[in-house]
Design a protein around this ligand. Structure first.
Ligand code: HEM
Length: 88
């Protein structure tokens, strides 16, 4: 909430796969989790497993009950578009 939201495809998502530039997708939303890295209760290395990718499955396997959308409200980048370039 605040900035403009963008459509993000797999290629663009994959470019943000470093702990100092970390995006991931969960259930259709793309988040910039860089600021959350050091606050993740499961640690940096665990969170890193999902960055640059659609981490929906991984996230759900570990803690499907966690309210990520509330935690990452300010980190929302936009919508995940698995087939980038299509739709809007
Ligand atoms: C805890 C993994 C993403 C929020 C944990 C734990 C692991 C883990 C292993 C530790 C559980 C324990 O010590 O009992 C992962 C992996 C992720 C991921 C592999 C890859 C996508 C996220 C995201 C958020 C998040 C995106 C929130 C925005 C939390 C919270 C806990 C936690 C709140 C504490 C849960 C509790 O104690 O009930 N995570 N996590 N995690 N993670 Fe993640």
């Amino acid at each position: 909430v605040g900035g403009r939201l963008q459509d993000v495809g797999p290629e663009q998502l994959a470019q943000h796969c470093r702990r100092d530039d970390a995006w991931l997708a969960i259930r259709g939303n793309v988040y910039n989790v860089t600021p959350y890295m050091n606050f993740h209760p499961g640690g940096v290395e665990e969170l890193e497993r999902g960055i640059g990718t659609d981490a929906t499955k991984l996230f759900s396997q570990v803690h499907a009950w966690v309210n990520y959308d509330s935690i990452l409200k300010k980190c929302l980048v936009g919508r995940y578009r698995p087939r980038s370039g299509e739709g809007s």
